[in-house]
Design a protein. Sequence first.
Length: 355
Amino acid sequence: MIVTSTNTIEGREVLRYFDPISATAVIGANALSEIGASFVAFASQIPSGFFGGRSRNYENKLQELYKSVVESLKQNARSYRADAVIGFSVNIDEISGKGTQMFMITAIGTPVLLNEIKHIQAEAVDGDIDGSVIKHKVKASLIKERYTGIYSMDNATAEFIATSRLTEFVPLLFKAMNETGEDQEFKDRQAMLFRYFDFLDKDQAIAILYGQLLSEDLTGAQFKIISKAISSSNLIDYDQVEKLLAGSLLAKKAALKVLSLDKDWYSAQDNAYLQTLKGEGLLQLFPEVVTVKESKGMFSSCKEVWECSCGNSNKLDATACSSCTKDKRSFGSEELKSEAVQNLINRRLAVIERI
């Protein structure tokens, strides 16, 4: 979902304005060291004395709090079935009294419904060529030719790529997903780049993102960022999910992430597809990938063990590999598991059937 401080969105027409919405977080000054949140983008607005000179530790913590408030604002906007939030702003207020000191962070904006215009430029009309198209495509070719990484790019270039809607940048974006950086400048610029998918038509964004999830070249880093983009922009498509569930294990895990998301509306076709996954329908698509075999110790009789894909042997009743910590379906301890999504689908269908 696009969130912008401007009152318009380039190339998109506002069809409907909803009432302004807000999201608020209140935190005690003494609790800053205990929360995982930061606020780099707005730290300059806070008197340095409040945080002992705006230490990097506090800035990092506040940034996470800021992101949490913005995400809450997006969730509120989705309840209106809005496509974007315009007029976005953030306020930071101090609340003091009775020996306490707290800070209130409030994000506000106006949810809007956008049209679904197809961003197709008329490159040529009766033999005449649109000069702006040539200009942007030449600039795009130079950016691609000179690209050596996110660190070498300035913010203006990242913004141009994000808002260009030029498909020429898709390979560059997937390449950028594999880059890593720990400083805030890198993270902010990378986030700016991937706003590219917010500016595309929904159908086009779905085709590109799900297409890469089905690619044999899909990497773990791309999986995480694409899954986040699908979630953030609510690009849930069960037709594409069905294709993912027929693909590689990584593609199947991407499908689990999409199936865990809540749709704004469930069509009869959506419900029919979920019915195919009811009971243990989804679990059957994630069979155990271990090998059970007999193992004989030096002073003991034969016993059955299961061999993990990493090659380590484990006791038959062990739920996870003692070496790589993955379970029998090759899920790590922190990953979203098929059992959890199966349970969610069954509960979701039970509710639907009662409506």
